[in-house]
Design a protein. Structure first.
Length: 210
């Protein structure tokens, strides 16, 4: 008997099907995460070339302290299941429907926690979270500089006062595996995501044992 796909169901690349309210650690599949994030374009698609959440995560992970790279690689993993909600949408919810915004935030946090549990990774502590936020701001500033429409008046200003002068990663940086230029083939990015996940997972486990 065939399963019936309802409008309320989440369907993953690996064939899992469930309602969002039933999501839990047992639903997590790193291959689903890698695939979906490689297909999900940043900035709601308003970039010069396809630039995925997976590529954003891979590049940013390079700038995390040793042993913490896995956390930046996975910091947007919940978007594999509920998509990348643009910042302007979040701001709209904050202003027009604060309770709706809180529901979205709780949903993202709950799914993110289930992902860590499902992959057998300890959730990040406050120190690691602060590192993730700092690198995320740096990445955002860089992406706006390189990938968004060429507007001479466009300049990113961080909402966090202590990060107003967020540096931009040089185009020729120490990242040799990926050039921050967009346009990478989603399948290549999916495979690269899985490769660096394995590498960072081993490094994370090693540092946690020390």
């Amino acid at each position: 008997m065939k399963a019936v796909l309802e409008r309320s169901h989440v369907l993953t690349q690996s064939g899992k099907m469930f309602e969002l309210k039933d999501f839990g650690p047992g639903m997590v599949d790193i291959e689903d995460i890698a695939h979906n994030l490689s297909m999900e374009c940043r900035f709601n698609g308003a970039v010069s070339k396809h630039y995925s959440v997976a590529e954003h995560s891979i590049i940013g992970a390079n700038y995390m302290p040793a042993g913490e790279e896995i956390y930046f690689l996975l910091h947007d993993a919940h978007e594999a299941y509920i998509k990348d909600i643009p910042a302007y949408m979040k701001e709209w919810f904050k202003e027009k429907c604060e309770e709706g915004y809180k529901v979205l935030e709780r949903l993202a946090e709950d799914i993110q926690l289930d992902i860590y549990l499902g992959l057998g990774i300890d959730p990040p502590d406050s120190k690691v979270i602060s590192h993730i936020k700092r690198i995320d701001e740096m990445m955002l500033s860089t992406e706006i500089s390189y990938l968004l429409p060429k507007n001479p008046y466009l300049m990113y200003v961080s909402s966090r006062e202590e990060w107003v002068d967020v540096e931009v990663i040089p185009r020729q940086s120490r990242i040799s595996t990926v050039a921050l230029s967009g346009g990478e083939d989603p399948t290549d990015m999916e495979n690269l995501f899985l490769c660096v996940y394995t590498m960072y997972r081993e490094r994370c486990d090693l540092w946690q044992e020390i």
